[in-house]
Ligand binder design. Structure first.
Ligand code: KG4
Ligand code: ZN
Length: 333
């Protein structure tokens, strides 16, 4: 890991994201998002009920080059205007990461530009820096995505300490599995969110996971939903909505209970909630009630919460960390 001396504080950075099922290319200057194009693969995977890695990688291969052209066209930028290329190196699906890193390496060679590999998890946190222009570390972040539920302390740019994580399922994974049990399509999280808005959690209460310390666990809650559905036999649409609301409430209460504990321990001035699950309606509402007064809460707008390339460009540019652009599917913080 290196930090180049004398790097521009506001480079124009072209970001590429392809870790899972969103192909995305963005241009970011400093903290200003010039363009953030996202081609979702939702329709491609919907018939399979989940992301098919091989299908996702091929879709990135088809979509990413056109997105690069479109990003340049929309901003009237030329390759000469770009100071830095940034690409997600992991964690993510191996084939998908290889498509993005391969394209980025090709562009860097053709345009003779520096190239930074970016940790996708850092990217989620850096989305908050695009949302709140004066945000600075130190800060406490809750990163909740399809594969992670991590509480991290960011002491300075590019420096993250994991305070707590999940012992089993991630919050997004739990939402996706619950959605599947309730007969909702893929992607499950947003569908469950929509159904929960029409239900009442207290009519079908589910337990709130409670592990000691800053660890999460969502597998017991998932089993509780499974048993409840089995007991109900053929639940009505109303009962399904109530269960969606109850499941969502339990996940959100658990996420926020640990966040509150970490706030008590670390007393941060800045708190960030990021990652795809940060798009959840109840989480956004309850978090704002919880973190008021003591700290400032930043939750990026929806299109910066789910996977996107602007956050990848921001992570490379603002951290000034230059990691190799080699794919690493199991990369951690
Ligand atoms: O960060 P992300 O886009 O991709 C990963 O890095 O994993 O997160 C995707 C996860 C999925 O599990 C998806 O179901 C969940 O975020 N998600 C939501 C909502 N929007 C996306 N979960 C609950 N409510 C939502 N509104
Ligand atoms: Zn993500």
């Amino acid at each position: 890991m290196t930090r180049p001396g004398g790097a521009s504080p506001s480079p124009t950075t072209l970001g590429i994201e392809s870790s899972c099922d969103e192909s995305s290319v963005a241009l970011v200057r400093g903290r200003e998002v010039l363009v953030n194009l996202i081609a979702s693969q939702e329709a491609l995977h919907a018939g399979f009920g989940g992301v098919v890695p091989e299908v996702a990688a091929r879709a990135h291969l088809r979509q990413l080059p056109g997105l690069v052209d479109a990003a340049l066209e929309r901003t009237c930028a030329r390759p000469e205007d770009i100071d830095l290329l940034a690409v997600t190196r992991g964690p993510g699906l191996a084939g998908c990461l290889l498509v993005g890193t391969g394209l980025a390496a090709g562009l860097a060679a053709a345009w003779d530009k520096p190239l930074a590999g970016v940790n996708h998890l850092w990217g989620h946190v850096y989305a908050a820096f695009l949302a709140e222009r004066d945000l600075q570390p130190p800060l406490l972040a809750l990163v909740v995505s399809g594969a992670h539920s991590d509480l991290v302390w960011m002491s300075r740019h590019g420096d993250f300490e994991v305070l707590g994580r999940t012992r089993d399922d991630a919050a997004g994974e739990a939402f996706d599995k619950a959605a599947r049990m309730l007969g909702l399509g893929y992607p499950g999280g947003p569908a469950l969110d929509r159904l929960a808005r029409t239900g009442h959690a207290s009519r079908q209460p589910l337990p709130v996971p409670a592990l000691p310390g800053l660890e999460y666990s969502f597998s017991g809650l998932k089993t509780a939903l499974l048993y409840r559905l089995r007991d109900l036999g053929d639940p009505s649409q109303e009962q399904k909505a109530d269960l969606a609301a109850a499941f969502e409430r339990s996940v959100v209460e658990s996420l926020l209970a640990k966040l509150a504990l970490a706030v008590d321990e670390r007393r941060p001035a800045e708190v960030v909630i990021a990652g795809g699950v940060a798009a959840n309606t109840l989480l956004r509402k309850r978090a704002a009630e919880l973190v008021s007064g003591s700290a400032r809460l930043t939750i990026p707008p929806l299109q910066l919460c789910t996977d996107n390339a602007a956050m990848i460009a921001a992570a490379a540019a603002l951290s000034q960390v230059r990691q190799p652009a080699t794919a690493d599917p199991s990369l951690s913080w």
